[in-house]
Design a protein around this ligand. Structure first.
Ligand code: SAH
Ligand code: SF4
Ligand code: F3S
Length: 448
């Protein structure tokens, strides 16, 4: 008789929403194979890491994690350890793992998630490592997905990136843009709605290029896709990420304003506020282009929340360029921003530039930037005080069980005391009056 204990997997995911959504697919294929989730790597038969390489510290952290797994393998030689995700697309990483981490059994990529079960079986049968990773290929369409939430779901609309911003490794590790067929996307969203999902987030490195890679006679675009998703019964909220400013069309802005389910929030990465740096980054817009977009967005969608990504210390960035970034943050008054110190990535154009900014200078700019971003975020949140906002309740707050958390359509986290008998609130929409706007959250109270 075979051992009847169910095999367990432990999965840890790093990086962006796309990687987390891939994680849901990895979990999906493993659970379909009969695996159950383990809470710790110690109790797992298979440990998988889904990695990110967008910045250097991500890479260093991976090796730290791998080091921590070594004792587990010594205790349990049957354990299979696999590494997937964007890092496995880098030849240097593959070579390091092959040579220096002999206890790693498996490498896999986003293009062969569907093969994970058969690869694990092969390793068990042969006892040998499998370390080749397909760099590109057809994305499997009908993978089982183990969704993290019953009422919110990610849906990929376009894979890859063609933009080659000079600092960015993503186009090298995620391949070229490839849109999913609209009928497949709509079918998936209809099934999600039937299963009780209220909010979908459409995912892509640049959703604004959606459909442009189809043959001419089948061309469609992201605005049309939004209009179609807006008609799906049961879905209450539509979000999407990420948009590139260079491709944010008037048609899309109009559609965002007209489609009532599309939330009043746009994540529009600015990256830098100086035209000189934007050009070196190959972003293909100027600060004035960006400000014009913001004006258009706010005139069509007055209550829209705007969030962004910012990088400091790109090669050649001088104090005056950095001041331009601070100035843009103040001019736009972002609701929130992710801020990063530039991290050179081998293989990208910017890593070859010789005028790299010293680390201490980058850190100094980063802290100064965060201060201005936080001031703006707090001011934006304070402007909401006294207003009534519809939130989608996400459940008890992770830190304090007696406080509940939900998100406004502008994607702001609202903390509130649930009314008596709140058990059924999670996943429902609810009106709250905003009492206080803080830097990262709002405090609200339920209105009848
Ligand atoms: N496709 C998305 C996001 C890509 S990665 C977009 O175009 O906006 C997420 C963010 O990481 C980027 O927006 C950028 O701000 C940051 N980033 C990318 N490469 C980086 C690097 N080499 N150093 C520092 N930050 C980087
Ligand atoms: Fe990277 Fe630019 Fe593509 Fe975003 S658009 S993934 S920043 S290359
Ligand atoms: Fe990282 Fe890959 Fe996403 S490099 S940011 S996980 S696309």
């Amino acid at each position: 008789m075979e051992n009847c204990r169910k095999q367990k997997y432990f999965l840890q995911v790093f990086g962006c929403q796309m990687n987390f959504h891939d994680g849901e697919k990895i979990a999906g294929v493993l659970e379909k194979m009969g695996y159950v989730r383990a809470d710790t790597p110690e109790e797992a038969d298979v440990v998988l890491l889904n990695t990110c390489c967008v910045r250097e510290n991500a890479e260093n952290r991976l090796y730290g994690h791998l080091g921590n797994l070594k004792p587990l393998k010594i205790n349990n030689p049957e354990l299979i350890i696999g590494v997937g995700g964007c890092m496995t697309q880098l030849p240097t990483v593959r070579a390091t793992i092959e040579a220096d981490y002999p206890y790693i059994d498996l490498l896999f990529g986003a293009f062969n998630i569907h093969q994970i079960p058969e690869l694990i079986m092969k390793i068990r049968e042969t006892g040998s490592r499998i370390l080749d990773v397909p760099g590109e290929g057809e994305m499997e369409e009908d993978l089982p997905v183990k969704r993290e939430s019953p009422f919110q779901a990610w849906v990929t609309v376009i894979y890859g990136c063609n933009n080659f911003c000079t600092y960015c490794i993503v186009p090298y590790v995620r391949g070229r843009e490839k849109s999913r067929r609209p009928e497949k996307i709509l079918m998936e969203i209809r099934e999600l709605a039937a299963a009780g999902v209220k909010e979908v987030t459409l995912l892509g490195q640049n959703v604004n290029s959606y459909g442009l890679d189809f043959p001419v006679e089948e061309r469609t675009d992201f605005a049309d896709l939004l209009a179609a998703v807006n008609t799906v019964d049961g879905i209450a909220r539509i979000r999407f990420q990420t948009s590139h400013p260079k491709d944010l069309s008037d048609k899309l802005i109009r559609q965002m304003a007209e489609a009532e389910k599309v939330c009043e929030h746009l994540h529009l990465p600015l990256q830098a506020g100086s035209d000189k740096i934007l050009k070196l980054m190959n972003r293909k817009y100027t600060r004035d282009d960006y400000l014009r977009l913001v004006d258009k967005l706010r005139s069509r969608i007055p209550e829209i929340a705007l969030t962004t990504d910012l990088i400091v210390g790109f090669p050649g960035e001088e104090e005056a360029d950095f001041q331009d970034t601070l100035d843009m943050v103040k001019k736009v008054g972002f609701d929130a921003a992710f801020t990063f110190a530039y991290s050179p990535r081998v293989g990208t154009q910017a890593a070859k530039l010789t005028n790299q900014v010293p680390e201490a200078e980058k850190m100094d700019r980063l802290y100064r930037l965060i201060e201005v971003v936080n001031q703006q975020a707090k001011a934006a949140n304070r402007r909401l005080e006294g207003t009534v906002q519809t939130i989608l309740v996400e459940g008890p707050s992770p830190k304090k069980k007696e406080i509940y958390a939900g998100r406004t359509r502008g994607n702001k986290l609202v903390l509130f005391a649930p009314p008596a008998g709140a058990a059924g609130l999670t996943g429902k929409e609810l009106n709250v009056r905003i009492r206080k706007g803080l830097t990262y959250t709002l405090q609200g109270e339920v209105v009848e």
